[in-house]
Design a protein around this ligand. Structure first.
Ligand code: G1P
Length: 291
């Protein structure tokens, strides 16, 4: 069984929900406290043993490339001023030379298309996909748990969470088979079904471990829900071809693709920080009293 060494980060989206903030700034660079969203996803991938980081980008996304690169002037200035903590944080974010690749999606044709754009970099290895919009607060990093499942069962692995019945049309929804603790056998998948058509209320969180053969399905993929090439449709085509499991998420998932989810994540992550929590708690308290 080949190890999962590569991860794809689809970051080509326009971020229209966050305009005007995202007119000149990639939405993935919006900070949760003091770290851009994309760095949380990269850290989660690192914690799962990922060695190659593939970003599927688009126009206006060069800030992401700069973020993971050297910045000699800044680093020198921080060193000269004795700002060791800041220097360490800046250094931590960096990816090593040759560890990172950027490929352009060119046209925003959907998540399935974004993943397919990385086919020549993925080659014949299994790979992870992380959607930075889905920020996960968990004791054990979610992707690392999924890689463990892959190492035992092989095939494809997706992360799952229960959603209210009336929210099924926002997610990829799975048809579950047998369950064993948090592990759920996947018998089918459908992208954004109406509640009446949903086979369950188990939704896919933006974390995937996939077999490279999905690229063959994506090559032939037709547009699906929302008139986009959906990753979910090509995963569906693999049911029966490879082992396919879901792992129920243990932790909290924030949908940072929405304003309220993004704001909630900012508050939640600030409340986890010893240096910020007391003051943030007090300020929120005062705001709520004044309402
Ligand atoms: C994408 C996937 C969907 C998944 C969701 C998780 O949808 O297509 O299957 O449930 O991410 O966030 P999007 O949020 O891009 O519409």
């Amino acid at each position: 069984m080949k190890p999962v060494r590569k991860a794809i980060f689809p970051v080509g989206g326009l971020g229209t929900r966050f305009l005007p903030a995202t007119k000149a700034l990639p939405k993935e660079m919006l900070p949760i406290v003091d770290k851009p969203l994309i760095e949380y996803a990269v850290d989660e991938a690192r914690a799962a043993g990922i060695e190659e980081f593939i970003f599927v980008t688009g126009r206006g996304k060069s800030a992401i490339e700069d973020h993971f690169d050297n910045h000699y002037e800044l680093e020198q200035t921080l060193a000269e001023r004795g700002k060791q903590d800041e220097l360490e944080q800046v250094n931590q974010a960096k990816l090593d030379a040759g560890q990172v690749a950027y490929v352009r999606q060119m046209s925003p044709l959907g998540l399935g298309h974004a993943v397919w754009c990385a086919r020549n970099l993925v080659n014949d290895e299994p790979f992870a996909v992380l959607l930075a919009d889905d920020l996960i607060q968990a004791d054990t990093p979610t992707l690392a748990e999924m890689v463990d499942v892959y190492e035992t069962h092989g095939g494809n692995v997706v992360s799952l969470m229960e959603v209210p019945d009336h929210h099924t049309s926002r997610y990829g929804i799975v048809e579950p088979g047998e369950s064993n603790g948090r592990l759920v056998e996947i018998r089918g998948l459908i992208e954004k079904p109406a509640p009446a058509d949903a086979p369950s209320n188990l939704a896919i969180v933006g974390r995937y471990v996939l077999q490279p053969s999905i690229m063959n399905h994506l090559s032939e993929a037709k547009t699906g829900a929302g008139n986009e090439i959906q990753l979910t449709d090509s995963m569906m085509a693999m049911v029966g071809e490879v082992p396919f499991n879901g792992l129920r998420l243990e932790g909290i998932r924030y949908d940072c693709g929405t304003k309220s989810g993004f704001l909630a994540a900012g508050i939640a992550f600030a409340l986890m920080r010893e240096d910020l929590a007391p003051e943030v708690r007090e300020r929120i308290g005062r705001l709520l009293e004044a309402e």
